[in-house]
Design a binder for this molecule. Structure first.
Ligand SMILES: Nc1ncnc2c1ncn2[C@@H]1O[C@H](COP(=O)(O)OP(=O)(O)OP(=O)(O)O)[C@@H](O)[C@H]1O
Ligand SMILES: [Mg+2]
Length: 106
């Protein structure tokens, strides 16, 4: 099952996503949570300390390549998870797309 959560700012997306991911993982499901927010904080809801989150490498921008049929991953999900994920205390695997450390020029 793939589930995307999007919606109005401050409507509870992160809280709902993290809680559901943890509950599913506790029930034995393999859960991969991808934080696509440009100001990511899903880790907190998953129970991952902020200090660990700061050390985490974000996903590189060369993961997708174009083919005649569309796009495909340039690495397997296992390879990506091995180098670019954190494990939460309930066993949720977290991937973070971007984590800007400071503002840049526009
Ligand atoms: N069901 C709920 N009842 C009451 N408060 C809630 C509920 N769900 C979330 N909140 C609170 O509402 C606030 C916003 O929640 P959350 O950060 O999950 O929203 P969000 O949609 O991810 O926000 P953003 O758009 O900033 O990413 C938080 O303070 C959270 O604790
Ligand atoms: Mg959020």
């Amino acid at each position: 099952m793939k589930l995307a959560i999007a919606g109005k700012g401050g409507s509870g997306k992160t809280t709902f996503s993290g809680t559901m991911a943890r509950l599913l993982a506790r029930r034995g499901h393999r859960v991969i949570a991808i934080d696509g927010d440009s100001n990511p904080n899903l880790a907190v809801t998953l129970g991952i300390p902020l200090a660990r989150m700061r050390d985490m490498p974000t996903l590189p921008n060369n993961l997708l390549r174009r083919t005649d049929d569309g796009v495909e991953l340039s690495k397997t999900l296992e390879e990506i998870s091995e180098s670019h994920s954190l494990q939460g205390p309930d066993g949720v695997t977290l991937l973070v797309m971007a984590n800007p450390q400071h503002a840049g020029t526009g």
